[in-house]
Design a protein around this ligand. Structure first.
Ligand SMILES: Cc1ncc(COP(=O)(O)O)c(C=O)c1O
Length: 440
C-alpha cells in the first residue's frame, strides 16, 4: 500500500501519464516507419506505451480469408535477435506472432530510439525483409562496399581470402621472372577483356586478373631477375597497403582520419629525428621522388623571392628577376630537377649542372667555381640539389660539404634521397655517426 501510494505520488509529480502518452506516440510513429521499410509487419496496435507489432510472413502470403499469414517462427527469431542486441521484447498473441513492447513509464526518447533501431536490425537479421526484384536491383551497388558488422566483416574476409589464395597460386607457379608469353599475344589477350561487362562476380574478376595480369607480370623477386630500379615487394608493404585500402582515410582533416593523423605526425617526427634535422623540422608525405623534388624546389623558389624583396610568388606570380634564378645540381641528378624547374615557371634553362667525378658524385671544387661564375654573370643561384643515391649508380654526393657551400652562398639545400634515403636506417649510417652534417 505504502509503495503503491509512493509510486502514484511520483507518477503525478513527474507528469508520467502525459510523458507515457507522448513517448507512446513517438514509439508508435517509429514502429509504423519500420513497417513501411520491412515486409513482415501487418499492424502496429495498442495504446500509450503498450504497443504490439503483428508479425506476418514477409513473402506476402494470405490465408483463405484474405488475411496476411501470421509467422510465429519469424517472431521468435526476431525476439532472439533483439535480445542478442540488448533489447528485451515479449512474444505473445494467438499464434505467438506479436512482439510486445512494455517499456517502463519513465523510458527516455533516447531509449526509444535504441529500441527502434534494434528491433529493425533484429527484423532484418531474422529475415523479415523480403526484397522485391526491383528493390534488390536498386540496392545491388551496396555489395561493392566493405560493410561493418558481422556480415560485412565476413564478406570482406571472403574477398581477401579469395584474393590471397589466387595470388598464392600465382606465386607457387612462378619458375622464371616472366612467363614467356609472346608479348603480342599478351597484348591481344588484355585488349580482349570486355570492360563493359557489368556486375561481374568479384571473385571471378579476381581469378581472371590473377590468370591474365598477375601470371604474366614481371617477378622482380625471382632469383633470376636482375634488378632494374624498382625493388621486390616487401611483405609489410603488402599488408599495409591492404589495410590502407580497406580503411581509405583522408588526410585532409582529423574527422576523416583520426588515428592516421597521429600516425603521419609520429612517423614524420621519427624520420626528422633519424635525419637529425633539428627541433623545428617537419615534413609531409609525398607520392615519391618526383613530387618531393618539385615541393622542395617550390619552397626554395618562394623563399628566394621572399628574402630578396618580400615578393609573394603565391599571390603575385613570378618576380621580375625570375629569368635570372638558377638551380644548381650535378650532371647526374635526376631529370625531375629539370622537370620541376619547368613546372615552377623557371624553364629548364634555370638548371645549372655541375660536372661529376667518375664515381658519379658532384665535384665540389667545380661546384664552388660554378656558383661564383653564375653570380659574376648577374644570375641568382638560389637552390642547391644534392643527390643521396643517383639513379644509375647510387652515388651519394658529399652532403656535408654541400651543406657548407649552401650556407656560404645562402642557397636552399635540397637533397634528393629518393633512391638512397633509406640508408639512414642502415648500419652504415650508424658507423659513420659524427662525420655527417644535418640535411636541410
Ligand atoms: C634520384 C631519384 N630522384 C627522383 C626519382 C623519381 O622518383 P619517383 O619515381 O618516386 O617519382 C628517382 C626515380 O628513379 C630517382 O632515382
Amino acid at each position: 500500500m505504502v509503495s503503491g501510494a509512493k509510486a502514484l505520488e511520483i507518477i503525478e509529480r513527474d507528469n508520467l501519464v502525459e510523458h507515457a502518452s507522448i513517448a507512446g506516440e513517438y514509439l508508435r510513429l517509429g514502429l509504423n516507419k519500420i513497417k513501411d521499410r520491412v515486409n513482415c509487419i501487418a499492424e502496429v496496435r495498442g495504446k500509450g506505451l503498450m504497443l504490439g507489432v503483428e508479425i506476418v510472413k514477409p513473402t506476402g502470403e494470405h490465408n483463405k480469408f484474405g488475411e496476411p499469414v501470421a509467422d510465429g517462427e519469424l517472431t521468435l527469431a526476431i525476439q532472439r535477435a533483439a535480445l542478442e542486441r540488448g533489447l528485451m521484447v515479449e512474444k505473445g498473441g494467438r499464434d505467438g506472432s506479436v512482439i510486445r513492447f512494455l517499456p517502463p513509464l519513465i523510458i527516455s526518447f533516447e531509449q526509444i530510439d535504441f529500441a527502434l533501431r534494434t528491433i529493425e536490425e533484429a527484423i532484418i537479421v531474422a529475415g523479415g525483409v523480403e526484397k522485391t526484384e526491383q528493390q534488390a536491383k536498386k540496392s545491388s551497388w551496396r555489395k561493392h562496399f566493405i560493410h561493418t558488422g558481422e556480415q560485412g566483416a565476413t564478406e570482406f574476409a571472403q574477398v581477401m581470402n579469395h584474393t590471397t589464395q589466387a595470388m598464392k597460386e600465382v606465386f607457387e607457379k612462378v619458375s622464371k621472372p616472366y612467363s614467356g608469353l609472346d608479348p603480342k599475344t599478351l597484348e591481344t589477350l588484355i585488349n580482349n577483356v570486355n570492360l563493359d561487362s557489368q556486375n561481374s562476380n568479384l571473385q571471378s574478376v579476381v581469378d581472371e586478373t590473377a590468370g591474365l595480369v598477375a601470371e604474366h607480370s614481371i617477378f622482380t623477386q625471382h632469383p633470376d631477375c636482375i634488378a632494374h630500379l624498382h625493388t621486390p615487394p616487401l611483405m609489410p608493404a603488402v599488408a599495409a597497403e591492404a589495410m590502407i585500402a580497406a580503411l581509405n582515410q583522408s588526410m585532409d582533416s582529423w574527422d576523416q582520419a583520426s588515428a592516421a593523423t597521429y600516425v603521419e605526425q609520429k612517423v614524420l617526427d621519427w624520420l626528422c629525428e633519424r635525419y637529425e634535422l633539428g627541433e623545428d623540422a617537419d615534413g609531409i608525405f609525398t607520392s615519391g621522388g618526383t613530387q618531393s623534388n618539385l615541393m622542395g624546389l617550390l619552397l626554395a623558389r618562394d623563399r628566394i623571392a621572399d628574402v630578396t624583396d618580400g615578393h609573394s610568388i603565391q599571390k603575385l606570380g613570378l618576380p621580375s628577376y625570375a629569368d635570372k634564378l638558377r638551380i644548381v645540381c650535378s650532371d647526374k641528378s635526376h631529370f625531375t630537377v629539370q622537370k620541376s624547374a619547368s613546372l615552377l615557371g623557371l624553364g629548364e634553362k634555370a638548371v645549372h649542372c655541375v660536372a661529376t667525378h667518375e664515381n658519379g658524385t658532384i665535384k665540389t671544387d667545380a661546384l664552388l667555381a660554378d656558383i661564383t661564375a653564375l653570380k659574376e654573370q648577374g644570375l641568382i643561384p638560389f637552390a642547391l640539389v644534392g643527390t643521396a643515391g643517383t639513379t644509375d649508380h647510387g652515388a651519394i654526393d658529399d652532403l656535408a660539404t654541400l651543406a657548407d657551400i649552401s650556407s656560404q652562398f645562402g642557397l636552399w639545400f635540397h637533397v634528393d634521397s629518393a633512391y638512397g634515403g633509406a640508408l639512414i636506417l642502415s648500419i652504415i649510417k650508424t658507423s659513420s655517426k659524427g662525420s655527417k652534417k644535418p640535411i636541410q
